[in-house]
Design a protein around this ligand. Sequence first.
Ligand SMILES: [Zn+2]
Length: 298
Amino acid sequence: MFKMTFSILCLVPMIGFCAQTTPPPKPSPPQPEPMIVEHIAGGLYFVKGGVGANTAFYVGEKDVTVFDAKMTAEAAGEMLAEIAKVTSKPVADLIITHSDLDHVNGLTGFPKTIKPIVSETTKKEMEEAFQDEKMAAYREYQFAPPFKGRTIFHTAGGESFTLIQAGPAHTGGDTVIVFPKEKAAFIGDLAFIGRDPLIHRAKGGTAAGYIASLKMMIEMDGVETYLSGHADALTKTDLQALLSTLEEKTAKVKALIAEGKTLEDVKAALLPPASPGAPPSRWPSFVEVVYLDLTEKK
Ligand SMILES: [Zn+2]
């Protein structure tokens, strides 16, 4: 009887005694999916899973180029070990799509001789992040001369890739890498599937820029496969569907702004009600970003 009374009391949150003696277990951090390597075509491979965003690598005639660095030195090491299972050729170049830590912070898992190739804007954003004392080790890496706009990058081993600075979109300087022979592109975070795209307004990312980048990627001649940091390999149809959804949302926000609605009105009208007990979203919804982009005085 005593036991029963005790357990009933424990269900009452006002009884502090129970709360102190039976603290809720700490939620364990979500475990990443195991790392897997998918052969896309020709020399191009897609690396999914592990800690940090998806990456890719290209096995050329003489050496290997890696696209994005994973999130930790350990995850980068794991990726380099996966590459070594595919080829014994050395990793000579690292191209980084943008400045987010899940694409950058594995840099310290690469030898100090690697010189990241990035757009001018991404270089500025990375250098700013590296000013943090905790990032001192990252300042030991020198950048290759950054690029601007659109350029062809030639590896020492004789391969060529087209680099396009597509941003500002997700950040201030997102890069798309095109592999003409493989009819594919590595697009960093320029396509999220099944959730709103993350747009870093603090880094200069914009909703309109995100849409413009999607259009640019869809219009790329001959590209059939798009490799994103946070999705399985995508097709033009996938990007087209994402573009339509985002254009539709933008038009609705514009109409509500024209009616003089506030951000709260717009969110109430266009976002599904939050389910009770669900944790708040980790980033602002796309409609919120559109609203702020269009109404905030710069
Ligand atoms: Zn990102």
